[in-house]
Design a protein around this ligand. Structure first.
Ligand SMILES: C[S@@+](CC[C@H](N)C(=O)[O-])C[C@H]1O[C@@H](n2cnc3c(N)ncnc32)[C@H](O)[C@@H]1O
Length: 252
């Protein structure tokens, strides 16, 4: 008994030491190490941090109780971890992604899921959903305007989170997508974008959302993403090692 306790305590100590060592490794190197060990990008430490902080920011700013009974469509879901939070709250959630391998992984763990490439099909073409949960995907799209328009046709609520550029004007900066760290598991299209907050708000309003509420706050911040950045209209989308991001609740 005492021997096995010692063994467990010894193992915990080793894990603690390893965790502290991992902390001191720079973010990029740590992520490369995690990916090399076979982890999906969605399981990497910085990514888990981003999921928790963004969900915390969202739930700090909305009263999900008033949406009870609404059907949720998660788009660009990755492995569907954000949708899991809504499932846990009792929502009927369908999660989609442009990459078949992510959809397969979601199905394997019993999630309602199908392939939906947002540059090919609008969300208005795939069924009746009340809430569209679109976190971390708008900036991967070559046709962001078409996607937002399709949300306006069908959704009562759009929960939107994305990388943006710091421009006062309603503009979209077009970018070439990279294929992701140690594996092409992110962008579907070779072209992505960094819209300005003014562009997103204008496009959502024109799509039919009466209330477009910016709920970005420091609660959502993580190691490499920030929501509480100061606008200087420099046109940049990355500053001091972090990406500029925004989150909105859009309601019809
Ligand atoms: C940064 S991850 C976001 C995952 C999750 N929504 C989150 O915020 O943590 C981007 C996801 O969007 C998906 N994606 C990229 N382009 C897409 C497209 N054109 N249509 C649908 N999904 C796309 C990728 O496969 C990836 O799973």
């Amino acid at each position: 008994m005492a021997g096995s306790l010692r063994a467990v305590t010894g193992k915990q100590l080793q894990i603690g030491v390893l965790a502290r060592r991992m902390q001191s490794i720079p973010l990029t190197a740590r992520t490369v190490l995690e990916r090399a060990s076979g982890k999906s990008i969605f399981e990497a430490r910085y990514y888990r941090e981003s999921q928790l902080s963004r969900l915390a920011n969202l739930f700090a700013h909305v009263d999900v109780e008033k949406w009870r009974g609404m059907r949720v469509l998660e788009v660009g879901a990755g492995l569907g971890h954000l949708g899991d939070a809504f499932t846990a709250l009792g929502f009927d959630v369908t999660s989609t992604d442009g990459r078949p391998e992510h959809v397969e992984a979601m199905r394997a763990r019993g999630r309602e899921s199908f392939v939906l490439d947002l540059d090919q099909d609008g969300v208005d073409k795939v069924g009746d959903y009340d809430i569209v949960l679109a976190f971390g995907v708008l900036y991967h799209l070559a046709k962001p305007q078409e996607f937002l328009r399709s949300c306006g046709v069908t959704a009562k609520v759009l929960l939107l989170e994305t990388c943006v550029c710091d421009d006062r004007e309603p503009v979209v900066k077009w970018v070439k997508e990279s294929s992701g760290w140690l594996g092409p598991d992110q962008a579907v299209s070779p072209n992505g974008c960094r819209p300005s907050p003014a562009w997103v708000e204008k496009t959502c309003s024109e799509a039919g959302f009466r209330a477009v509420r910016d709920i970005s706050s420091s609660i959502g911040n993580w190691t490499s993403g920030r929501f509480d950045w100061e606008p200087h209209s420099t046109g940049e989308w990355s500053r001091s090692g972090y990406n500029l991001r925004k989150m909105w609740v859009c309601e019809r």
